[in-house]
Design a protein around this ligand. Sequence first.
Ligand code: ATP
Ligand code: MG
Length: 286
Amino acid sequence: MTSAFCPAHITCFFSPVHSENILEKGSRGAGIRLRSGTTVHLDEIKGSTKVRIDGKIANASITRHVLEQMAPGRSFDVTVECDLPIGQGFGMSASGAVAAALCLSEITGKSRKEAFEAAHTAEVVCGGGLGDVAGLMHEGDVPIRTRAGMPPFGRTADRGIAFERMTLVVLGRKLSTAGVLGDAERVKRICSAGDAVVDEFSERGTKDRLFELSGRFSAEAGIMGPAVADAVKTMEKNGIRASMCMLGNSIFTDATEEEVRDAIGDRGRIFTTSSTDGPARIIRKA
Ligand code: ATP
Ligand code: MG
């Protein structure tokens, strides 16, 4: 069995960038890489490929797309274990894609660069995200994607910010990335809001600015649901800096779980983690 781990990646704000070249396509933006993430175990088998996510057989088109690119015509038994919920802006689709791709690079001898490119391509083609893989490739806690896509097209910057504590509050149903990004009017609003805040943050990137600009982005882009808006407001009134994870019915804050509970009561599910500059990595070789 070959196993790999990849951090999760909160998207704080973003601006989609279109290109015919998938490696140039993606998003500018900023995010937070997390110590929590996804572990993938992979075994080559005879017969057809089987993917299980958190114990359940899944279609897992993103994972299958990665397998097809890295090891065409071969079959695998794939087990995906997620530390955080899917569809809440924690980039779990990308995290799983990178972990699977790293396992396959170990098995096939393909490079780490090819693995990240395959994960990015699968994400873009299947609608899992535009910038998570580029953010995850960066080995710093809070990558700023100043240019979209994978290197050499894509570029990331770092202002040296890290969060010893990240508290995540999940307040509602999944938000499908593909669903939101399929709405052309909304994408237009997201682009203009996103570009402005990315430029501001890359010039002056502090923790306070990250929360402030994330808040401005989600308000201007018009993607905050009522439950998230209400909880963020309540937390801010209690002196807690917090903002919405893109794209989820969820919030990130560096306050403690107790502080969050004091502010918003028993609303939502809470996950506690920290940011990380640790790389996605192989944890077991066959
Ligand atoms: P976001 O992209 O908003 O940060 P997310 O990545 O957790 O959130 P989506 O991108 O909306 O979730 O998920 C897209 C699709 O990818 C869903 O159909 C989901 O079932 C699938 N998916 C999510 N995580 C994984 C994973 N770790 N492995 C395989 N497939 C996944
Ligand atoms: Mg995703």
